[in-house]
Design a protein. Structure first.
Length: 132
């Protein structure tokens, strides 16, 4: 995790920011991420991301994720994370697909979330397989 923190810090240095402005795909799969602040630092350098994968990390709370999601995001992959507060997830109007495959969320909790999420965001497709 220290290496990842150092990597993010280096990425957000001024000399790299200009190269990240046009980034459209960000995949931080299996990176040991728990703290979304690091992701926020990275995403603050670009607003053109359309695909973001945070799959297979250790993310338990997504409440702060909504504040940092790029305005043009179309696909968000949160698969394989032990998320406990899905109801706090806020997504941009541009989102078309939310992926929660192999999520470590209990099935009854996930079912309730899906009903509420689909009411709130009827245009967003949600993919869920292999629930806990």
């Amino acid at each position: 995790l220290r290496d990842f923190n150092r990597f993010i810090s280096q990425l957000v240095d001024n000399h790299v920011r200009e190269h990240m402005a046009d980034m459209r795909v960000v995949t931080l799969v299996n990176s040991g991420i728990r703290d979304l602040e690091l992701v926020n630092q990275l995403l603050s350098t670009t607003s053109n991301v359309v695909f973001l994968s945070l799959a297979d990390n250790e993310i338990t709370h997504v409440g702060s994720l909504g504040r940092m999601l790029p305005p043009h995001l179309k696909i968000l992959d949160l698969s394989g994370n032990p998320i406990m507060d899905l109801d706090n997830l806020v997504v941009p109007a541009s989102l078309e697909l939310l992926i929660l495959n192999s999520s470590k969320i209990p099935e009854e909790e996930l079912t309730g979330f899906l009903v509420r999420f689909r009411r709130r965001y009827p245009r967003v497709n949600v993919v869920v397989t292999d629930v806990a």
